[in-house]
Design a binder for this molecule. Structure first.
Ligand code: BGC
Length: 689
């Protein structure tokens, strides 16, 4: 290849209607970006679409959308199920391929450091081990369809407020033990063809020109063979970024201040400021991934998607990912003959979704007419998958009424005469802004309290992108966290409510009692209302002094009681855990135990092993199982615990050290469950990355 040919591979161009209203450029499928390689090299055109919950971009090509949406990433994470993650990834990967895309910008792996984060719904929660496994398997599923997925946004893009400019400041050992460990494990499992560097600065340097992040950690320590692509608008220089480890500028013709990896980089290569060897490495990495994921030999074949089959995949994901948080007096599952008052949340027509670049346009259009807002991110979009219709289908003989909830008096009137009242409550989260507080918006708390006051058998179904406070909790009998339920959300919720399927989701993030319990009770700048102004707030520094004590680790270390702990989730049967034994052999720690279904129904249990280091407060998730058991059935389980969870990262030596001493081990049903614990002495060892 000539130098010019090589240079033509290191910058993609904007592919869609940017700015809005502009037609897609010739050769583009209308996605987030595209790249036409030089002719006669046998290389495929790269057609790049958003995002992690489904193919977000075909609305640029076809009217009314054309893709099925998974539930939010938090739902997939709540399944704690690698197989579900793989199937979910394979479904959206295949849709991308059938719609003419060979890169899908999925793989969101930023940790929930704050339960108000605007994009938490796209990611997999607060724990690095769970995040790495869920995101890694989703990526593997996507790439099984010869569609390349990055892992993103690398790294510490954990908040949206001032995301374009802020510096996330964190000690490098803590960084490696938390957010970067999630990426490290996700990369090991998923082998993503690319890593997308994030907008924010990390310890002062922009992520896309941060040599510690891109070269030292990713490429040297982790031996990552793929390429680094920038987030859209995340490149700030040519030579500086290239020398730090950025391999491809995304959408560089329009979205960055200059097309840095165009003429600027060409000049820097010609003058030797950027060595030829570095350009060769950039191109090598891009080509390697094109071949590793099979893009060159499996070009997308545009054809219809199988909407019915794919919606079932999304529905299954939601059925596994919804979390039953409260079930007083076994109010759930519902009797099929019960008189039910369904209230609020537009449950008569659909389920809400999160906004931003990951937004999949619903097949059939948005059934909820919004205010007509045209500025980012527009009105909330609902998928036309009605929980109410699906409940009618589940209980054809039942009596089910609906009230929108906008008129509280009418809603309580309906609830008063019903056996059970179910209030659907929504929270709209979107890319570019964090939610200002942990409360349900729009007087929904008032509505729930009013309904619960007239009907003691009230259930709340939450469709939220984050944890919310529940001031009405003692007044209601049931709470289901359904997250953003996706294209198959209606039937999934109805089947869970009526017990056609038993809940099996477990929280991937802590639900706090109040913002004052968080390491950062306030988000600086969150009150700015214009999302663009908010994203670009300058000179923001965010010292993450809590280090690797993210989420439940922080709560545990500070003896804070959450509203609902990480790992928590109920079902319609009960389980008993027994005989916890820890074995340490040749630098391998295993936990074995027995799980028994002691209840009346079949169900799925997610027993979790947490560990406590001898020299650090706060427990850490080190392994889990997901087991389906018939009533009365019992099973012995042995889990290998993740050694890096038992270790501290030594940033100076660049290795992990498992300390010697007394470790605590808990076999638990959540991060707050202390019922079964044991102490073992571990003789430490070192792990080279
Ligand atoms: C988002 C990415 C997305 C990209 C392309 C950015 O604003 O942060 O997640 O993939 O846009 O649309």
């Amino acid at each position: 290849m000539t130098v010019e040919q090589k240079l033509s591979l290191v910058m993609s161009k904007m592919g869609g209607d940017f700015p809005i209203g502009t037609p897609a450029p010739p050769g583009s499928r209308g996605g987030a970006a595209f790249l036409i390689p030089p002719p006669n090299l046998g290389l495929p055109t790269l057609q790049i679409s958003d995002a992690g919950l489904g193919v977000a971009d075909p609305d640029n090509i076809r009217a009314n959308g054309a893709s099925v949406s998974l539930p939010s990433g938090l739902a997939t994470a709540s399944s704690w199920d690698e197989q579900t993650a793989t199937q979910a990834g394979a479904m959206i990967g295949q849709e991308a391929w059938r719609e003419g895309f060979n890169i899908l910008l999925a793989g969101g792996a930023d940790l929930t450091r704050d339960p108000r984060g605007g994009r938490n719904f796209e990611y997999a929660g607060e724990d690095p081990l769970l995040t790495g496994h869920i995101v890694g398997h989703t990526i593997a599923g996507i790439q099984s369809q010869h569609v390349l997925s990055p892992i993103k946004h690398f790294a510490m893009n954990d908040l949206e407020t001032s995301r374009m400019t802020m510096s996330a400041n964190i000690d490098s050992a803590a960084l490696r033990e938390s957010d970067l460990l999630g990426f490290e494990i996700g990369i090991e499992i998923g082998h993503p063809g690319a890593v997308m560097c994030s907008y924010n600065r990390l310890n002062e340097l922009y992520a896309c020109e941060n040599p510690y992040l891109l070269t030292k950690t990713l490429k040297q320590d982790w031996h990552y063979p793929g390429f680094v692509m920038s987030d859209w608008g995340g490149t700030h220089s040519a030579a500086k970024a290239a020398l730090a480890g950025l391999d491809q500028e995304s959408g560089g013709d329009k979205i960055d201040a200059r097309p840095f990896f165009g003429s600027n980089l060409a000049a820097d290569v010609h003058t030797g400021k950027v060595p030829r060897a570095r350009l060769d490495d950039m191109v090598h990495r891009i080509l390697r991934s094109i071949y590793a994921v099979g893009l060159a030999h499996h070009a997308p074949v545009i054809q219809p998607i199988d909407v019915a089959a794919d919606t079932l995949v999304a529905q299954h994901d939601e059925e596994e990912g919804a979390v039953l948080l409260r079930n007083q007096d076994s109010i759930l599952p519902l009797r099929r003959t019960a008189h039910v008052a369904v209230i609020g949340g537009h449950a008569d027509v659909g389920v809400i979704s999160g906004g931003g670049s990951s937004q999949v346009e619903p097949i059939g259009g948005n059934p909820v007419k919004g205010s007509g807002k045209t500025e980012w991110p527009g009105d909330p979009i609902y998928f036309p998958s009605s929980p109410l219709d699906a409940m009618h289908a589940e209980a054809p003989g039942g009596h089910i009424d609906y009230a929108s909830g906008t008129d509280i008096a009418r809603a309580t009137e309906l609830a008063r005469h019903a056996d059970v009242a179910i209030v659907f409550a929504t929270q709209f989260c979107f890319e570019g802004a964090d939610v200002p507080d942990l409360s349900l918006p729009d007087h929904q708390n008032e509505l729930i309290a009013a309904v619960a006051k007239v009907n003691p058998h009230t259930i709340v179904v939450l469709e939220t992108g984050n944890p919310v406070l529940m001031p009405w909790l003692p007044m209601v009998q049931g709470v289901v966290e359904a997250w953003y339920p996706g294209s198959g959300g209606g039937p999934a919720i109805a089947r869970l409510l009526y017990g056609s399927v038993s809940p099996s989701g477990h929280l991937p993030m802590t639900f706090p009692r109040s913002a004052s319990q968080l390491p950062h009770p306030e988000i600086a700048g969150v009150a700015v209302t214009d999302p663009f102004e908010k994203m670009f707030l300058t000179d923001q520094e965010l010292p993450y002094d809590e280090g690797s004590d993210v989420g439940y680790r922080w709560f545990d270390a500070h003896h804070e009681q959450p509203l609902f702990p990480f790992g928590y989730g109920l079902t319609y049967t009960s389980f008993q855990h027994e005989n916890l034994k820890i074995a340490v052999r040749e630098n391998n720690v295993t936990a074995s135990f027995t799980v028994k279904n002691t209840g009346p129904r079949a169900g799925v249990d997610v027993p979790q092993i947490y560990i406590g280091l001898p020299d650090h407060a706060g427990r850490r998730l080190a392994g889990w199982a997901r087991i389906a058991l018939a009533s009365g059935e019992e099973r012995n389980i042995t889990l290998n615990l993740e050694p890096r969870i038992l270790a501290h990262f030594d940033a100076g030596q660049g290795r992990w050290n498992v300390p010697t001493g007394k470790f605590r081990f808990w076999l638990a049903s959540s991060a707050s469950d202390a019922s079964l614990a044991t102490t073992n002495v571990v003789h430490g060892w070192s792990i080279q990355p």
